[in-house]
Write a protein that binds this ligand. Structure first.
Ligand SMILES: C[S@@+](CC[C@H](N)C(=O)[O-])C[C@H]1O[C@@H](n2cnc3c(N)ncnc32)[C@H](O)[C@@H]1O
Length: 205
């Protein structure tokens, strides 16, 4: 009998829109993307969905949380796909594992972690990504210093009640931090439910 694994409802809703924009980005890029690292894989729904749809790419899930990694591990084994690895431990605020990838993807991390995570993400991704590599970031952001919906404003309040160091970040500040760490913004796209897709490319030396 296949065990019922924990599932995030938002991840089920947004996995197709993210896959759509990611597929388009990869198609339009001149870069041959063979290996992608996912940061903050959560329950692993995204990585398994992406791996099934993009079988020519090797997918590496990761998460700092051991219980989440166990769920990802079981989901990856259930999926039985040859192109998705078992999860590795990766906390963007700690030392990163020794990996070399062509692209990094991350969804719904920056609002649910302290502000240092922004710098940790771009610095670590620069370390593991090849020159010219891609970084795709998805989630809710403020724009021009304001929330883009009342739903996001309420969500921000609830995040801050859970942890005063969490909160929806300003997209301009995130892009500035990215640029300071050699990630150039290629595109910014509105996504369903007041989320944004941000695609960055690592400067070539
Ligand atoms: C809201 S979940 C998002 C999961 C999945 N990416 C999604 O969109 O459904 C946030 C995830 O971020 C992970 N996380 C929190 N702090 C982190 C850090 N410092 N480095 C990497 N991942 C982190 C958590 O363990 C959790 O799995």
């Amino acid at each position: 009998m296949i065990e019922e694994l924990p599932t995030s409802a938002p991840a089920e809703r947004n996995k197709d829109p993210i896959l759509g924009i990611l597929t388009a980005a990869l198609r339009e890029s001149s870069l041959l993307v063979r290996k992608v690292l996912e940061i903050a894989s959560g329950f692993g729904q995204h990585v398994v969905h992406f791996a099934a749809a993009l079988p020519d790419i090797a997918w590496q899930p990761s998460d700092p949380d051991a219980a989440s990694r166990e769920v990802i591990r079981q989901r990856v084994l259930q999926a039985g796909l040859p192109n998705v690895s078992l999860p590795v431990e990766l906390d963007v605020l700690a030392d990163w594992p020794d990996l070399q990838v062509d692209a990094v993807v991350v969804a719904n991390l920056l609002h649910i972690s302290p502000i240092d995570t922004v710098e940790g993400l771009f610095a670590g991704a620069r370390q593991v990504c090849r020159d010219g590599g891609l970084l795709h970031l998805y989630g809710p952001f403020k724009q021009g210093g304001a929330h883009t919906s009342t739903g996001n404003a309420e969500f921000d309040q609830s995040l801050k009640q859970r942890n005063p160091h969490w909160g929806i970040r300003d997209v301009e500040a995130v892009i500035e931090q990215a640029q300071a760490l050699d990630w150039v913004l290629s595109s910014q796209t509105d996504m369903p439910a007041n989320n944004l897709s941000l695609l960055f490319q690592l400067k070539t030396n």
